[in-house]
Design a protein around this ligand. Structure first.
Ligand SMILES: Cc1cc2nc3c(=O)[nH]c(=O)nc-3n(C[C@H](O)[C@H](O)[C@H](O)COP(=O)(O)OP(=O)(O)OC[C@H]3O[C@@H](n4cnc5c(N)ncnc54)[C@H](O)[C@@H]3O)c2cc1C
Length: 494
């Protein structure tokens, strides 16, 4: 299925393959249908497109040479890490080079004194913590996909995870990047020290979804492993109460290492799948993990327990030992595949809202789910207000995928309406281009296009992703008039 939103006219230049073959070993240039098939989508498999060619360089010099060639020939390039992205960021282009960083999989060094690790972009997220464990250190951002996703992809998406509530997103946990520009130049942003002079290009590059440069090296911060971690599991008879409890805990000045919520459909799916010991007759559970020094954790466990009960929790369990703590998390971490067992297909949304809106927004999602006739399971980073509604559908039923997309769009627009954003941690990719038109006005989008043009004037790096054209927004705005206000009134409608 090809459902590509790119608005560029196609301009295939098959001669780029010969050019690549001159630069790379034979086995590093893939062109046959069978070779290209594994690259035709990322984790958002509703969008599929085979690239013109896949290039698998393994040295920085090779990446530079590939970029120089593509720049000279004006061939677009899409960088790819592990392909676990959920918004179509690594979706190839029919006339483009898919630049896989999979061979950049070495840990270059661990510096315990500086509490940092320098790694190649294709290194798996979890592999960094595994390598640092011997020094009593770990890398904090932990996307649920951490056994598979690459650190380059994490930087490009500014990924989050359970522990980001306390320890920050990827952007807060990296020190330095080495990148290749669209012209093939090697440059560095950030520093080994905690601050670097000049404009904060490190933050700009983080979350730029492969649109500004290709990451070829990442220096991450490492943290000492906490002395103790303790988890509580609270059961609620309503999602509103669970949402209110989240706001109470954070409002009390406690910052848990993780604070996650699951609603009834998600609880049941996870319990059936991994038998985590969750109560299945409740409307919502919260899993709250506290970490730090022993005495500090003991004190906070008591405070959180009191707050949960005062917020109306029907039951609060404290994990008796580490095995039970890990069992609490096992259900949460397996929730996505667990939902995959109860529905032929599901569509994972990702939006963020102010925490105090959790209860009302979950209630409205439930109303939207009825309106669109598709079930929704919620499992998400409640402490960050980062929602992940999983919309259940069956792609074999004509029109259901489109209905799921329409429901997803309505949920994201609801997030914007209550003061939130259309992304939490999964990026915009091709998935949320329309909702970017709801979030930003034309002046704001123009600024983003201007930044892109400063790094990539010919629009060769991952074109068509992350920032919608104003024409696209005008078209979308013509369909979606909010509160009687026509978006982008200055642009012609089609
Ligand atoms: C089951 C599951 C659970 C998930 N849970 C989470 C979660 O908890 N939190 C979260 O944040 N995400 C989550 N994700 C989404 C995904 O894993 C992250 O977005 C991850 O960071 C993508 O990494 P990747 O290596 O797979 O990147 P890819 O999917 O290959 O690429 C993602 C984007 O990064 C760009 N890119 C990749 N490498 C480079 C590079 N070297 N230079 C420049 N650009 C590059 C690509 O062009 C693309 O735009 C989940 C995904 C799945 C399938």
């Amino acid at each position: 299925m090809s459902r590509i939103p790119d608005e560029r006219p196609l301009n295939p230049k098959p001669e780029v393959v010969d050019g690549l073959r001159r630069l790379l070993p034979r086995e590093s240039v893939l062109t046959t249908e069978a070779e290209l098939a594994p690259y035709e989508c990322d984790g958002l498999s509703a969008f599929q497109q085979r690239p013109l060619v896949v290039a698998l360089p393994e040295t920085v010099e090779q990446v530079q040479a590939v970029m120089r060639l593509c720049h000279e020939m004006e061939v677009p390039v899409v960088a790819r890490g592990a392909g676990t992205g959920l918004s179509g960021g690594a979706l190839p282009l029919a006339d483009g080079v898919l630049l896989s960083l999979a061979k950049f999989n070495r840990i270059l060094g661990i510096d315990p004194a500086n509490r940092s690790a320098t790694v190649q972009p294709g290194v798996r997220n979890l592999a960094i913590s595994e390598a640092a464990a011997g020094h009593g250190l770990y890398y904090a951002p932990d996307p649920s996909s951490q056994i598979a996703c690459s650190i380059g992809g994490n930087v490009a998406e500014n990924s989050g995870g359970v522990h980001c509530l306390k320890y920050g997103l990827t952007v807060h946990n990296i020190l330095k990047l080495k990148l290749i520009s669209v012209e093939g130049e090697l440059f560095e942003v950030g520093a080994d020290a905690l601050d670097s002079p000049g404009l904060d290009l490190l933050a700009l590059m983080t979350g730029s979804e492969g649109m500004l440069a290709v990451i070829v090296e990442v220096t991450v911060k490492l943290l000492p492993k906490p002395e103790r971690a303790q988890a509580l599991l609270a059961a609620f008879d309503s999602v509103e109460q669970a949402g209110a409890a989240v706001a109470e805990i954070i409002g009390a000045g406690i910052i848990p290492a993780g604070l996650e919520m699951m609603d009834r459909p998600a609880i049941r799916a996870a319990e059936d799948f991994v038998h985590a010991g969750y109560p299945t007759d409740v409307e919502a559970i919260l899993i709250c993990e506290l970490d730090g020094f022993n005495a500090e954790v003991s004190f906070d466990v008591m405070r959180v327990r009191d707050l949960l009960l005062a917020s109306g929790a029907a039951d609060v369990r404290t994990a008796a030992d580490d095995a039970e703590r890990l069992r609490f998390w096992k259900g949460r971490k397996a929730a996505f595949p667990a939902v995959g067992r109860i529905s032929p297909d599901y569509y994972c949304m990702d939006g963020t809202i102010p925490r105090r809106q959790l209860g009302p927004v979950l209630r409205q999602i439930s109303a939207l789910s009825e309106q669109y006739g598709l079930a929704v399971a919620n499992v998400f980073h409640a402490g960050d207000g980062n929602l992940h509604p999983l919309i259940l559908y069956d792609a074999n039923n004509p029109g259901e995928l489109e209905q799921a997309e329409a429901l997803g769009g309505a949920i994201l627009e609801l997030c914007v309406e209550v003061g939130g954003t259309v992304t939490g941690e999964h990026g915009v990719g091709v998935e949320k281009l329309n909702q970017m038109c709801v979030q930003f006005n034309s002046a704001e989008l123009n600024q983003m296009h201007a930044v892109k043009a400063a790094f990539d004037p010919k629009r060769l790096l991952n074109p068509g992703k992350a920032v919608p054209t104003l024409h696209r927004c005008a078209e979308f705005g013509a369909m979606h008039v909010h509160h009687g206000e026509l978006k982008f009134p200055e642009l012609p409608r089609f």
